[in-house]
Design a protein around this ligand. Structure first.
Ligand SMILES: Cc1cc2nc3c(=O)[nH]c(=O)nc-3n(C[C@H](O)[C@H](O)[C@H](O)COP(=O)(O)O)c2cc1C
Length: 138
């Protein structure tokens, strides 16, 4: 399974690595890919799309790299299962609610509610690991 993420200060990256740990515990393989290194074809042969991005701007996705990546894969992910996650700061998670709606409107099915963590996840965050375990069952 492939996890594509953006992270400015490492919090969402830490979530990505913990989710990968959960996926591996669940018996699947997991590859964590920074969005800057992800081609737009990365999910072409995948049933499950796993995406991580923190709340940025004013409750939006990061606009330099991550937003263009989502734009680029939007026409190709209808029918796929999607898991979303990301770190946030002072907001209330609005960016994630909007992002979930957007993915559903593209024809994706959410595996679970997007996982949001305030700033840095704990070193062995069970929320993240269990999210990965759940994804591994798909
Ligand atoms: C430019 C910028 C904009 C941000 N905008 C929001 C926001 O709208 N809502 C919010 O809850 N947090 C916001 N944050 C806080 C980040 O979501 C938070 O610091 C998060 O942990 C960053 O994750 P990262 O370490 O993966 O980059 C913003 C941070 C930055 C740097």
């Amino acid at each position: 399974m492939k996890i594509v993420y953006y992270s400015g200060t490492g919090n969402t990256e830490k979530m990505a690595n913990l989710i990968a740990k959960g996926i591996v515990s669940g018996g699947k393989d997991a590859e964590v890919v920074n969005v800057s290194a992800a081609g737009l074809d990365i999910f072409d042969n995948e049933d499950v799309v796993i995406l991580g991005c923190p709340a940025m701007g004013d409750e939006v996705l990061e606009e330099g790299e991550f937003e263009p990546f989502i734009e680029g894969i939007s026409s190709k992910i209808s029918g796929k299962k999607v898991a979303l996650f990301g770190s946030y700061g002072w907001g209330d998670g609005q960016w994630m609610r909007d992002w979930q709606e957007r993915m559903e409107s593209l024809g994706c099915t959410l595996i679970d509610d997007g996982l949001i963590i305030n700033y840095e996840p704990e070193d062995e965050s069970l929320e993240c690991i269990n999210f990965g375990l759940k994804i591994a069952k798909e």
